[in-house]
Design a protein around this ligand. Structure first.
Ligand code: GCU
Length: 138
């Protein structure tokens, strides 16, 4: 394999809580973002070499309203308000991916809610390199 998973429940959380009341998450739980603009989860991602990587966020949104989030890497905006649309149920987890350049060594990958609804429930971040041949679907 050529990916590394980072669980949201062990990341840095600002305005959110770790919960485990909706099945289907990986690890020991997920982050329930507070329903406010600016709530975020920040992952510390280690890269062996500088270059573009795929950042895949696994999430659930049991509402029918989009929960867009800004994605930044080391403070640089990668996506201003990436869509995290409804998944149909809080127990249905989908993935969205963005590509972003990482530095060699530690990188701060942050997903920040851009609306007053806050973010979706966030399970994990999967980081995969350009040589990855596995589909990040589970
Ligand atoms: C419900 C759900 C939570 C979710 C919240 C929300 O309370 O149980 O898991 O985070 O809605 O709308 O953000």
């Amino acid at each position: 394999d050529d990916f590394t998973d980072y669980q949201a429940e062990t990341a840095t959380i600002s305005q959110g809580v770790v919960e485990s009341n909706h099945a289907g998450y990986t690890g020991s739980g997920f982050v329930n973002y507070d329903n406010v603009t600016g709530s975020y989860v920040e992952f510390s991602v280690s890269a062996a070499a500088a270059g573009a990587q795929s950042l895949t966020f696994r999430y659930a949104n049991g509402t029918t309203t989009d929960r867009p989030m800004a994605i930044t890497v080391n403070g640089v905006t990668v996506a201003t308000g990436h869509s995290f649309p409804g998944t149909g149920a809080w127990t249905t987890w989908n993935e969205i991916s963005v590509n972003a350049p990482l530095n060699a060594g530690a990188n701060a990958v942050r997903a920040t809610a851009t609306t007053a609804d806050g973010g979706p429930n966030l399970d994990r971040l999967r980081v995969s390199g350009p040589g990855d041949t596995e589909k990040p679907t589970s």
